[in-house]
Design a protein around this ligand. Sequence first.
Ligand SMILES: O=P(O)(O)OC[C@H]1O[C@](O)(COP(=O)(O)O)[C@@H](O)[C@@H]1O
Ligand SMILES: [Mg+2]
Ligand SMILES: [Mg+2]
Length: 322
Amino acid sequence: MQRLIYTLKQDQVDLDLIMVIRTVLASCKEIAFRVGQGALGDVLGSTLDENIQGETQKKLDVIANQLIKNMLLTESNVAAIASEEEDDIVAGNANGKYIIAFDPLDGSSNIDINGQIGTIFTIFPAVEGLAQDDPRQFQQKGRNQLAAGYVLYGPSTMLMLTTGKGTRCFTLDKTHGGFLLTDEQVSVPAETQEFSINMANARFWYEPTSRYIDDLLLGETGVRKKRFNMRWNAAMVGDIHRVLSRGGIFMYPSDNRDPNKPAKLRLLYEAYPMAMLVENAGGRASNGTADILDLELETLHQRVPVIMGSSKEVEISTSYYT
Ligand SMILES: O=P(O)(O)OC[C@H]1O[C@](O)(COP(=O)(O)O)[C@@H](O)[C@@H]1O
Ligand SMILES: [Mg+2]
Ligand SMILES: [Mg+2]
């Protein structure tokens, strides 16, 4: 089986970018080891701190953030980093070619129940003429991403990666420590009978979301004339992995639960990278009215409604919002 480095070279990825991707993955391997140790490695439970978004930080959120941040800041080609767990941009090397954003630990509520969790990352070109920690560095369209991926810490540790030439899946060979290519071209079927949404929020949804989900629930007796099944992992990384593996539609729509948080997922380090992975696998990713990759980030921790997965189902779903 092919090692990651050969796949990236075959895809003619810039050598400097390969170095940065490998550094991100070196920290993910360390996180995978710590996750595997669980209670024995003292990584479970919460800290007494909150992040900028008012969420209590789990120990593993903090450990994963420190690991990735510290490793990336040793890279001369990293101009700046942004993280779910950092209030502001962290400056790197003024001459660095790349800026990197990451969700160090996605699915934090699954940590203590030995459920699916992961790390999501995205790499953009640094903007010339701006200081490396200028907040405008990350104000780019999703289409500018040079690479996007996640590492899923499940029964196996898997890497889903795109550099724009398809979405490729790798599995960590824990005996030798390398990511090996296990699916060269991930492909999301255009149609599906599986949806993924947190139904507990149903009473807070806006009318188009309720109408669409009602039609799915009616199954073969409603306008859709087919039965749908539902899955919810409480970790975007696990839900998107299922969608990339066998199709489906994943939604976290905006709702009226909390006026300060009209949507839950973050554009920069959750929606952008997942949208690039899904599009490169033949799927679609929308906020209801526009493709997520066409949106331009305004603030670092900006939130966005998300509808992504099987292309025909995303089209049907978004037609309810127009
Ligand atoms: O609490 P809910 O509604 O199940 O939300 C689950 C969603 O929140 C998230 O866990 C947010 O990510 P973090 O764990 O990185 O904060 C997503 O991965 C997931 O889709
Ligand atoms: Mg997350
Ligand atoms: Mg997180």
